[in-house]
Design a protein around this ligand. Structure first.
Ligand code: NDP
Length: 230
């Protein structure tokens, strides 16, 4: 399969590229900028040049997203799946009085509008029946997770979940999922976290390959395949 992953230079995105290569897929590793930390992903590309290509794609920038799509067109590659993994947790505000709206806007630009921008431009590349869109969400965007704080992060993921539903209804040829990847050992999750991103990535690839049962009328699951409530 041909799989595009955003935010592929570190964290879950990088793990998805590595696991995807191991499973024999062709991976497009999209990264925000040539100035991002690229050492690890470049190592992966150097050791598997025939199985992975790097693409510059800043999900907050429509011009960058458009140019990235044109680049994939030049390569003559169609996609089987897009995994929108790029995301940020900009601040851990606990109190309403602490909210900073610039941080709120930035959070929505990346976590919510980012996947929308990517899909706006890349949708034509997903023209096969059963192609998939995996939006990496969070249980912070679920009503089941009712802790206080992380206002903008939780809201941005709840809105992302709504986008998945819109895609599911609007494009019946696609399999669309919002997946909560669990608390992972990444820059975002920290070293104390519960899960290794490699094990999470392997489970997400099973969903892409259709190896997990999903209710066709529901999009929000954790990475193990349990249904989550919006
Ligand atoms: P990391 O902080 O490790 O990595 C974030 C990635 O997003 C980086 O590759 C970063 O690139 C990229 N990114 C940020 N902004 C942009 C942008 N504008 N355009 C393109 N890429 C961008 O995060 P994780 O890997 O931990 O998180 C992956 C996903 O999982 C996120 O959506 C997150 O919300 C979600 N999640 C994570 C949890 C966890 O415990 N870690 C828990 C629940 C959900 P750069 O290096 O250039 O900044």
């Amino acid at each position: 399969m041909n799989i595009l992953v955003t935010g592929a230079n570190r964290g879950l995105g990088l793990a998805l590229v590595k696991q995807g290569i191991e499973q024999g897929h062709f991976m497009i590793a999209s990264v925000r900028s040539p100035h991002s930390k690229l050492k690890e992903i470049k190592k992966v590309i150097d050791s598997h040049p025939e199985q992975v290509k790097m693409l510059i794609l800043d999900v907050t920038d429509e011009h960058s997203t458009k140019e990235a799509k044109k680049e994939v067109d030049k390569w003559g590659i169609k996609l089987d799946s897009i995994v929108n993994s790029a995301g940020v947790l900009i601040s851990r505000e606990k109190e309403l009085e602490q909210l900073n709206f610039d941080e709120g806007m930035a959070t929505f630009e990346i976590n919510t509008f980012g996947p929308v921008r990517v899909m706006k431009h890349f949708l034509p590349l997903l023209n096969k029946e059963g192609s998939s869109v995996i939006n990496i969400s969070s249980d912070a965007g679920s009503v089941e997770n009712t802790y206080s704080g992380d206002y903008f992060y939780g809201m941005s993921k709840a809105a992302l979940n709504m986008f998945s539903e819109k895609l599911r209804i609007g494009f019946p040829h696609l399999k669309v999922l919002s997946i909560h990847p669990g608390w992972m050992k990444t820059d975002m999750g920290g070293i104390e976290a519960e899960f290794n991103p490699d094990e999470v990535a392997a489970e997400i690839l099973k969903s892409i390959k259709g190896k997990k049962a999903v209710d066709p009328n529901h999009t929000f699951y954790d990475f193990k395949g349990h249904k989550l409530n919006f």
